[in-house]
Design a protein around this ligand. Structure first.
Ligand code: ADP
Ligand code: MG
Length: 242
């Protein structure tokens, strides 16, 4: 069994069946990229994996444990699976440091002092220790997004979900965020990301999954998907984004 297993997952919003039997797996230490046209369900799938959306049928397993359906401990799930959104979602009324220490102190009950030290180490790592007492709106978009990533890392998740985290950034700020992801990938962080950054996907992903029509329409190593896509739909999509 794979580290993350998504099996035949169906998700409807009213009559709109967005996910129609998704099958997808991620091995430990892998980076898997989800690509596909806007509205194909990338965000919905990530939200289902993190328990932010209920699924109608199918099953999701992490490390062998069922993480979808009745009886799942959502708090435990969210300790193990971190998610970072397109729109940063830092708490605007808290300092950068408070943003990072909040969940570890409140959820993991890490002592305040220890949480602060760990947060400062994370900020040092991304070169933002001097911003510890700043508020999110005093940071650039790229800095905010890097803080959002280390805020997720502060929980030491076993899986990190990233939902188009560079889409809202000015072009010149994208690389600082992708560089951080590259480092995390090298360190073996298991990541599933929805992205439009095909260059990044080509370089870093172990596997690329093309979502279309509510299913994983085609998947494979990036060199295959980008150079030799089998399906006409995949070819069309790839043509449309260059
Ligand atoms: P993507 O991230 O690939 O652009 P989404 O997962 O955001 O796609 O959306 C997939 C479909 O699900 C869209 O048709 C969208 O309108 C619908 N959808 C997403 N979230 C909701 C929601 N909370 N309520 C109703 N429909 C939703
Ligand atoms: Mg989306």
């Amino acid at each position: 069994m794979s580290f993350l297993e998504v099996r035949e997952v169906v998700k409807r919003f009213g009559a709109n069946e967005v996910l129609r039997g998704i099958n997808l797996s991620v091995e430990e230490h892998q980076v898997v990229c989800l690509i596909g046209p806007s509205g194909c369900g990338k965000s919905t799938l990530l939200r289902c994996i993190n328990g932010l959306e209920e699924i109608q049928s199918g099953e999701i397993r992490l490390h062998g444990d069922r993480i979808s359906g009745p009886g799942v401990d959502l708090n435990a799930l969210r300790r193990e699976v971190g998610i970072v959104f397109q729109s940063f979602n830092l708490f605007p009324h808290m300092t950068v440091l408070q943003n990072i220490t909040l969940a570890p102190t409140q959820v993991l009950r890490v002592p305040e002092e220890e949480a602060r030290e760990r947060a400062m180490a994370l900020l040092r790592r991304i070169g933002l220790e001097h911003k510890a007492q700043a508020y999110p709106d005093q940071l650039s978009g790229g800095q905010q997004q890097r803080v959002a990533i280390v805020r997720a890392l502060a929980m030491e998740p076993m899986l990190l979900l990233l939902d188009e985290i560079t889409s809202a950034l000015d072009p010149e700020l994208v690389s600082e965020v992708l560089n951080l992801l590259r480092e995390l990938a090298e360190e073996g962080m298991t990541m599933l990301l929805a992205t439009h950054e095909m260059g990044f996907a080509k370089e870093v992903a172990d596997k690329v999954c093309f979502l279309y029509g509510g299913v994983v329409h085609e998947e494979g190593p990036p060199e295959e998907i980008f150079k030799n896509p089998k399906s006409e739909r995949t070819q069309q999509f790839l043509r449309s984004i260059i």
